[in-house]
Ligand binder design. Structure first.
Ligand SMILES: Cc1cn([C@H]2C[C@H](O)[C@@H](COP(=O)(O)OP(=O)(O)OP(=O)(O)O)O2)c(=O)[nH]c1=O
Length: 188
């Protein structure tokens, strides 16, 4: 297989690929994310993922490139990464006791094709007490994560149930990526 280049600075995405044995090289992307101006959250994450993949830096000709973008959607409103602690607090207060979706858009540039897809997971959140939100914010965990929580960290305490892919919530639906890679390479 041609080399796979992951155009992402997210430590979770490279960890997930490594965990399932998909060899890859991490590179940066010159793409500037812009979460505004989209009516449809699914179109938005797909566009952002494609933008990140297309703008991957230092990728040799003929390589496979992977870009991804993850958001939380609650009541048709998009929650991205919080800009500051007060935004993180506001997001967690809104997620408390509710069901939300985590949507990841994925773009694969492979053999001259652009394969773009998304994956959606429903997440059922417990009710959070104010002291829990405050200590979570103090831990610093929310700040680089869509919706201000990490299911793979302390946020796991608040997740009652999920419907769909767990790895999708963490930032990359590896089972879906694997299937698309196999299809594109004619391996399965
Ligand atoms: C909901 C949720 C999100 N996240 C993370 C995954 C993503 O890294 C992040 C969403 O931000 P993204 O903009 O998708 O990704 P990123 O900025 O971290 O990395 P890059 O653009 O370079 O690829 O939220 C978790 O780690 N756990 C969770 O439970």
């Amino acid at each position: 297989m041609a080399g796979l280049y992951l155009a992402s600075q997210s430590p979770r995405r490279t960890e997930l690929l490594t965990q399932v044995g998909i060899d890859h090289i991490v590179v940066s992307s010159a793409y500037e994310e812009a979460n505004k101006g989209y009516d449809d959250p699914i179109e938005m994450v797909k566009e952002q993922a494609l933008g990140k993949a297309r703008a991957a830096v230092g990728v040799p000709e003929g390589s496979i490139v992977l870009g991804a973008d993850t958001i939380v959607v609650l009541d048709n409103q998009v929650l991205g990464k919080p800009h500051d602690e007060s935004e993180a607090r506001h997001m967690l207060e809104r997620l408390s006791g509710q069901v939300h979706s985590v949507i990841t858009g994925v773009a694969l540039l492979i053999k001259g094709q652009e394969i773009v897809f998304h994956n959606e997971t429903k997440v059922y959140f417990k009710k959070l007490a104010p002291f829990e939100i405050e200590s979570y914010i103090a831990s610093g965990e929310p700040m680089d994560k869509a919706g201000a929580y990490g299911i793979q960290g302390k946020g796991a305490l608040w997740v009652e149930n999920i419907e769909g892919s767990y790895t999708n919530v963490v930032g990359l639906p590896v089972e879906h990526v694997y299937d698309e890679l196999c299809k594109a390479l004619g391996a399965k």
